[in-house]
Design a binder for this molecule. Structure first.
Ligand SMILES: Nc1ncnc2c1ncn2[C@@H]1O[C@H](COP(=O)(O)OP(=O)(O)O)[C@@H](O)[C@H]1O
Ligand SMILES: [Mg+2]
Length: 381
């Protein structure tokens, strides 16, 4: 899929911006703090309904404004849709072709984006909750059933935690109610676990080749850590999980919270069976994350029959020029629409620039634009 154009009103440091993208490469240049990341963030928000930074939606509204609006024209192999998102004091309203979409899962599975930014590097180093948040967003983009399953899981988790505060184990009815909760809780835990496991397994089937192309090193994988299942050969997950809940009940009553379940999930990169965030160099970590992003591009393309839109923020320019340009060449071959930001146009090879829309941004305004006409064979606008 391609984003044809985007319009921003009162978004971050943008008053009113309209920008057209071509189907291939788009380059946004600008000094620091001019709005490059904000623009990629707006495209991301249009797809996912929230920022990749874990912040309040209100931060996206321009200082001293009452609302913020993002509108975009999205084009796929068999659809052309206008997506919009309005943020104000009452929350957010999302629309497809002017029709309000009440179910967020229907909206989020529409437009797929993959972003490579400094935030992704932070995500790897930060707390497990930021990695769970990331997994949740990725999986909901490709599977609209996931959000429902996750929200059902969170409801039962909350109910269970509340009940742990007041339960009286001497009361038969309390024990019975806990059993009912545990039954629901384990079913939903296993469902969430399976979605995440499948996602990571599929990423693992692509990531090693890509990481090898970028670094010349092999033997990388993502380890999914979940206390839902400690033995992959287990054939009765539910029974084992119920046993684990029983075993931990004493501790859970003490802390009044649930310790067993996907609420404790985590993942990390393993290079040669060592945790990359503990032993890897900055360069290796960055390459691992970029490999994860490119794996996502393949996974999304396979799952949805549409390539996602790839957003490469500044950080991409920290890779050496040969790697950078070989990756851009690879994406071009696969016809992945790419939007890249940089402080220095020299970071991108001349022959790549020739086929790109190039925008220069200053203080939330476009100060110059070079638009290329569609290439031969491309779908006309
Ligand atoms: N809600 C907001 N309203 C107005 N300006 C904002 C808002 N949020 C961030 N900014 C401004 O956006 C600028 C940073 O933009 P950013 O896209 O991160 O820059 P860069 O080009 O370095 O990626 C800063 O000047 C910041 O003050
Ligand atoms: Mg930036």
């Amino acid at each position: 899929m391609k984003i044809k154009k985007i319009k921003l009103l009162n978004y971050r440091n943008y008053d009113n911006l309209e920008i057209e993208f071509n189907d291939n490469l788009n380059i946004v240049i600008g000094n620091n703090a001019q709005g490059k990341t904000n623009l990629l963030e707006a495209i991301y928000v249009l797809a996912v309904t929230k920022s990749f930074l874990s912040i309040n939606d209100k931060n996206l509204i321009k200082f001293n404004s009452k609302f913020s609006m993002i509108k975009g024209l999205l084009s796929g192999s068999n659809f052309d849709d206008e997506l919009s998102i309005l943020l104000n004091d009452n929350g957010k309203t999302v629309k497809i072709n002017d029709k309000e979409i009440k179910k967020l899962s229907d909206y989020i599975s529409k437009m797929n984006v993959v972003i490579f930014s400094a935030e992704a590097v932070r995500m790897i180093k930060e707390s497990p909750s930021s990695r769970r948040r990331y997994l949740n967003i990725q999986i909901s983009q490709i599977n609209r059933k996931y959000l429902k399953c996750l929200s059902d899981y969170n409801i039962v988790l909350r109910q269970r935690n509340e009940f742990l505060k007041i339960i009286n184990l001497d009361k038969k009815s309390d024990c019975e109610y806990l059993e009912i909760l545990n039954d629901k809780y384990t079913d939903l835990s296993i469902e969430v676990y399976n979605y995440r496991k499948d996602y990571i397994n599929e990423i693992n089937s692509y990531i090693e080749d890509i990481f090898y192309k970028i670094t010349g090193l092999s033997n990388i994988r993502i380890a999914y850590i979940s206390n839902v299942c400690c033995d992959n050969n287990s054939n009765n997950l539910k029974e084992e999980l119920l046993k684990k809940l029983d075993k931990n009940l004493h501790k859970e009553l003490l802390y009044k919270m649930t310790f067993i379940g996907p609420n404790r999930d985590d993942f990390y990169f393993m290079l040669d069976d060592k945790n990359l965030s503990l032993y890897g160099s900055q360069g290796q970590i960055r390459s691992a994350i970029l490999s994860l992003k490119l794996s996502e591009v393949i996974l999304f393309s396979n799952k949805t029959d549409e390539s996602p839109i790839l957003l490469l923020d500044d950080i991409f320019s920290e890779l050496d020029i040969n790697k950078r340009n070989s990756i851009l060449g690879y994406l071009d071959n696969k016809k992945v629409q790419t939007i890249i930001t940089t402080t220095d146009i020299e970071n991108i090879k001349e022959d790549m620039r020739k086929n790109a829309n190039v925008y220069e941004i200053e203080n939330g305004k476009i100060i110059s634009r070079e638009i290329v006409s569609s290439r031969k064979g491309d779908k006309n606008e």
